[in-house]
Design a protein around this ligand. Structure first.
Ligand code: URA
Length: 232
């Protein structure tokens, strides 16, 4: 089996688990789970906050207005959606588009981590402050956007991957003045590819492609028990 086929199969198996998950209340209120989609061997993985109403119906990430803008930004750097992987911190739509609760983020965190283990991305691009929080809680999106940021200890990212956050496309839909910034930041993302490849090659040596992803050690997953404890 090719590398792409093996990773694709692992992602599909994980999507089945995500669809069955009821670890938090969103699993019961959503229409469809939204595990993510794209190339299983993508160098760049974009991470949104959580599915919106359109995504909830279609079961695919970023297919509404923000997704159309994301597609346009990708085109600026010569990429299509199929060239990258797009996923969210939480895989189920929070009702009325509210922000996911910390307990919901914690319940979904093992899925995010396993997706990152399978995808082993070169660059992780969190979209907006909520997604950035899962990788670098102390960073502010207003300062970090378009720059390489150090992930927090235990963040769900391979140790030799590059973290480069962007504003959420929806922010540019609400505030048009952010759009040129997003365009500049996407160009910075494209320029970061070669240094990120060099960094990975230095970390993994000549046989790098075959080396298994080395993830940061996960933090204690005690928050998950919040939900387990609720079931007598
Ligand atoms: N916003 C997100 O953060 N994710 C989606 O999938 C769609 C909109």
């Amino acid at each position: 089996m090719s590398d792409a086929a093996a990773r694709g199969a692992a992602l599909e198996a994980l999507a089945v688990e995500i669809e069955a998950c009821r670890a938090c209340p969103l699993g019961s209120s959503r229409t469809r789970s939204v595990p993510g989609e794209g190339s299983p061997t993508a160098e760049i993985v974009f991470v949104g906050e959580g599915p919106g109403a359109t995504e909830d119906v279609e079961g695919r990430p970023f297919v509404g207005a923000a997704g159309r803008l994301l597609g346009g930004l990708l085109a600026l750097i010569g990429l299509r959606r199929d060239d990258v992987y797009i996923l969210n911190v939480v895989k189920c739509h929070p009702p009325a588009n509210r922000d996911p609760e910390p307990e919901e983020v914690a319940a979904c965190a093992p899925f995010l981590r396993r997706q990152m283990e399978i995808l082993d991305p070169l660059i992780v691009a969190p979209l907006g402050r909520h997604a950035l929080h899962s990788f670098a809680p102390a960073a502010k999106i207003s300062a970090a956007h378009g720059s390489v940021v150090s992930p927090a200890a235990g963040a769900p990212i391979p140790t030799d991957a590059t973290l480069l956050p962007l504003y959420h496309p929806a922010a540019a839909l609400h505030n048009g003045s952010l759009r040129p910034t997003l365009e500049r930041d996407v160009a910075a993302l494209a320029r970061a590819l070669d240094p990120a490849r060099a960094r990975r090659a230095a970390a993994r040596g000549a046989g790098g492609a075959a080396t298994l992803s080395q993830m940061q050690e996960p933090p204690e997953q005690h928050q998950l028990r919040l939900f387990e404890g609720e079931n007598p």
